[in-house]
Design a protein around this ligand. Structure first.
Ligand SMILES: Cc1cc2nc3c(=O)[nH]c(=O)nc-3n(C[C@H](O)[C@H](O)[C@H](O)COP(=O)(O)OP(=O)(O)OC[C@H]3O[C@@H](n4cnc5c(N)ncnc54)[C@H](O)[C@@H]3O)c2cc1C
Length: 383
């Protein structure tokens, strides 16, 4: 049974990959009417800054405090990406650069080798294909790696896309759709007599990345933050991230390679190198020192990059929650939904988030896993 009538009018606040994918699922694939509000040009937030890895295996490491089912959600997210990509490319003609080549994880020291073994054990327990690689095996698969690597993993579950092209394709599909309207500026949200509303709409989806809790609502002539209508949104924090790209060349890796927090992603004739994770930092511009430190780490992993010219440097802000997993679902305010807090997996989780949100808004069964990411969940205890 649909909660808001069979044809709800839906407002989405935030045109990042999460809001755009939800709009795509709701309007293009399911025929709903959608307005998308953004105070800035669409698709220029974290979704533009990301590396485009679709990497569930790395959530298998099960860090302390992490949502116990994040790995499962990430696996489901990766599973549906190829269909989502096919559909989006077929409708728009945009090549979104989905690569099915297995990613590699490399250990340069014992502690990373131990972490990779932990990931391998969890993947084995979940029957997820992977191969443990000796030093010789990983160097054979990726000769650009340093001879100092000691072991590795091959991860067929981990894919990549060109996130900037994905966002471009979503915007093209949505702009061409008769049931979708883009609005530049804030959504005129109001609270009247304690009732939350947006004129002309039955449902509001808050999907403004790290700024979700501070979306403004007018009440009796004053502006208040959305967190007053769902206090759990206060838990969405910001995590700055800096990256660079260098020119591709003879010494560049051909596949995505990760080692610790460092990753190298071949994309469009360049190698994207990421990324810093900087809690409580909102940054628009990269900082020279951090970028150079990343570049040197990349050279340690892949010495052939030493002389590769730097082509671009940038920064973005990830939205994070205390258990590193997104909030997906209806809030305690009727008609107000949220999809935010995707932290380092927003590109990976965009299609699955869109599917869950569309099911919930349209009154369909979103499945048991969806309930685990409700805004009102208890967080995992930290060790
Ligand atoms: C350096 C870096 C590398 C990353 N790499 C990866 C990766 O490889 N793989 C992966 O899966 N994820 C990655 N991520 C994470 C991923 O980018 C994010 O989780 C994801 O982009 C979040 O999407 P979003 O739509 O929630 O936020 P955003 O893309 O930030 O979009 C939010 C939108 O809301 C708008 N907005 C804000 N306030 C308002 C308001 N009041 N009214 C209207 N609009 C508003 C903003 O203008 C923006 O357009 C990375 C992130 C960073 C920073």
């Amino acid at each position: 049974m649909a909660l808001f009538g069979s044809r709800p009018r839906i407002a989405i606040i935030g045109a990042g990959i999460i809001g755009l994918s939800a709009a795509y699922e709701l309007a293009v694939r399911r025929g709903a009417r959608v307005s998308i509000f953004d105070t800035r040009p669409p698709g220029r937030g974290a979704s533009w800054a990301a590396a485009g890895m679709l990497a569930p295996a790395f959530e298998a490491a099960d860090e302390p405090g992490q949502h116990p089912r994040l790995f499962e959600l990430c696996l489901r997210g990766a599973e549906i990406w190829p269909d989502f990509a096919k559909d989006l490319s077929a409708r728009t003609g945009v090549d979104i650069g989905l690569s099915l080549a297995a990613c590699l994880a490399a250990a340069l020291d014992d502690s990373e080798a131990v972490r990779l073994s932990r990931i391998a054990s969890r993947l084995a327990a979940a029957h997820i294909g992977h191969s443990a690689l000796t030093r010789a095996e990983i160097l054979r698969r990726e000769p650009a790696l340093s001879p100092d690597v000691i072991s590795g993993l091959e991860l067929p579950s981990d894919l990549r896309v060109n996130n900037r092209q994905v966002v471009h394709a979503l915007i093209s599909a949505l702009r061409a759709h008769p049931k979708v309207k883009f609005v530049t500026g804030p959504a005129p949200l109001r609270s009247v007599g304690g009732r939350f509303c947006l004129e002309g709409h039955d449902v509001v989806l808050a999907a403004a990345g790290w700024e979700t809790s501070i979306i403004k609502v007018e009440e009796q002539g004053q502006l208040f933050s959305l967190v007053n209508w769902e206090t759990a949104l206060d838990d969405i924090d910001c995590y700055g991230g800096q990256m660079l790209s260098v020119a591709d060349g003879a010494g560049a890796p051909k596949r995505v390679v990760r080692s610790g927090h460092l990753y190298l992603v071949p994309r469009d004739g360049r190698v994207v190198i990421g990324a810093t994770v900087e809690p409580d930092r909102v940054m628009d511009e990269p900082e020279e020192e951090a970028i150079e430190a990343l570049r040197l780490e990349a050279v340690r992993l892949c010495p052939g990059l030493a002389d590769a010219p730097v082509l671009e440097r940038w920064a973005g802000v990830r939205p994070g929650t205390p258990d590193q997993a997104p909030f997906i679902g209806e809030t305690t305010t009727p008609g107000l939904f949220v999809a935010a807090g995707h932290f380092r997996n927003g590109i990976l989780l965009a299609p699955i988030t869109a599917r869950i949100i569309a099911d919930l808004i349209l009154g369909k069964d979103a499945g048991e896993l969806a309930g685990a990411f409700s805004v009102r969940r208890a967080y995992a205890a930290t060790a």
